[in-house]
Design a protein around this ligand. Structure first.
Ligand SMILES: [Fe+2]
Length: 119
């Protein structure tokens, strides 16, 4: 079974999807199974990828993550347990986002190093 808010990716075309309603564990893209994106599992600097929650703001990394064309944080999502919101970022922007609520958990996605979570 899939679970709410899981992130799945296609290794062929790069599509990424979020589960909004759980179902059978058989996501397919490009005629092959999609892969569940596991948080904090890619061998990369944790200091540059772990989301840090400061009030209504989420910053990526105790050492600021690069925001270059070839390596950047694509999005930051946060939840307060009721609301879940996502901010999409572009190269050149700061790796941070401000929300209209106080997050209790946050995730981000690095184009090279995948999915990371605050908890
Ligand atoms: Fe990265």
């Amino acid at each position: 079974m899939t679970s709410l808010n899981q992130i799945w990716g296609c290794e062929a075309c790069g599509n990424i999807v979020t589960i909004l309603h759980k179902g059978i564990d058989a996501l397919v893209c490009c005629n092959q199974p999609m892969v569940l994106q596991k948080e904090n599992t890619i061998d990369a600097s944790h200091e540059k990828h772990i989301p840090i929650i400061e009030g209504n703001k989420v910053k990526i990394g105790s050492i600021e993550h690069p925001m270059e064309e070839s390596h950047y944080i694509e999005w930051i999502s946060a939840t307060d347990g009721k609301i879940t919101a996502r901010v999409f970022l572009k190269p050149g922007q700061k790796p941070e986002a401000e929300f209209c609520f106080a997050p209790i958990a946050a995730r981000c996605y690095c184009n090279l190093h995948g999915l990371w979570t605050s908890s």
